[in-house]
Design a protein around this ligand. Structure first.
Ligand code: XMP
Ligand code: MG
Length: 183
């Protein structure tokens, strides 16, 4: 980690930058095989997915378009409620498009299950999901995620786009946030 001040906020490093980039390369090979000869619209979910999107988009040897959405889940504190509000909508028309949602993490699954249904209702040809991380123990709804990087324990993680109160997004590794930071 970059500084001792920040490493004191983490219990441990869960995934190193190298592990993350190797996994994104592995997922990219699967995506290339599945979408061979086709153009994919990558839809990144702001802000957490910015780093995954940047690395995935450059790793993929496919023609792609990129678009972004920002959503907020109403709910108490760090828990999502499933009631989603669009803060920034897509610029693209989805009619007939092959859409791949790019997410940092799936926790309860409520945000993504809403998002997929929303994008499908706009006439997309297909809507699949690529998420770098998933917390299986936190799942409240079953979301069919075609590409998952890592299944991780039910701990709050930061780095590589993931934040706590907008902090730590620029860490290259992903670490477990120490409870004293949010207690
Ligand atoms: P749901 O529960 O709807 O929520 O799947 C997914 C969103 O919750 C945020 N989230 C996290 N953000 N570290 C974070 O920095 C975490 O451990 C974490 N768990 C959930 C994230 O915004 C994700 O898109
Ligand atoms: Mg997010």
């Amino acid at each position: 980690m970059e500084s001792s001040e920040i490493s004191g906020d983490l219990t441990s490093v869960l995934l190193t930058e190298k592990q993350i980039l190797d996994k994104i390369a592995e997922l990219s090979r699967r995506i290339e095989a599945d979408y061979a000869g086709e153009k994919v619209l990558l839809v990144g979910v702001l802000k957490g997915a910015v780093m995954v999107m940047a690395d995935l988009a450059r790793e993929l040897k496919l023609p792609i378009d990129m678009d972004w959405m920002a959503v907020s889940s109403y709910g108490s504190g760090t828990k999502s409620s499933g009631v989603v509000r669009i803060l920034k909508d897509l610029d693209s028309d989805l009619t007939g498009r092959k859409v791949l949602i790019v997410e940092d993490i799936i926790d309860s699954g409520l945000t993504l299950s809403w998002l997929r249904a929303n994008l499908e209702s706009r006439g997309a040809h297909s809507v699949e999901i690529c998420a770098l991380l998933r917390k299986p123990e936190a799942a409240k709804v079953d979301v069919d995620v075609r590409y998952v990087g890592f299944e991780i324990p039910n701990e709050f993680v930061v780095g590589y786009g993931l934040d706590y109160a907008e902090k730590y997004r620029n860490l290259r590794d992903i670490g477990i946030l120490a409870p004293h930071v949010y207690a």
